[in-house]
Design a protein around this ligand. Structure first.
Ligand SMILES: [Zn+2]
Length: 75
């Protein structure tokens, strides 16, 4: 199934730095940060629980914004 690209446009632009600023271990992609990153695991668990798939994380927009805001990545 194709995922609507519109879902991704509400995410902050995170393409200027290829490496994840939280863990510096992987590319900073929405998938990495929302599902895999160990550097933000605590915040992610607090705001998003443990999403298994990206659409799951993106479905909780309020949690998503709080999560990003808590990280200080919203500029
Ligand atoms: Zn990371």
């Amino acid at each position: 199934m194709h995922t609507a690209p519109e879902s991704y446009r509400c995410l902050p632009v995170i393409t200027d730095s290829p490496l994840c600023r939280a863990c510096m271990e992987a590319d900073e992609t929405p998938t990495h940060v929302l599902l895999q990153c160990r550097g933000v695991a605590e915040h992610r668990a607090a705001y998003l629980g443990s999403p298994a798939l990206l659409p799951e994380a993106l479905g909780d927009l309020g949690g998503l914004l709080s999560f990003w805001s808590e990280l200080g990545w919203l500029e």
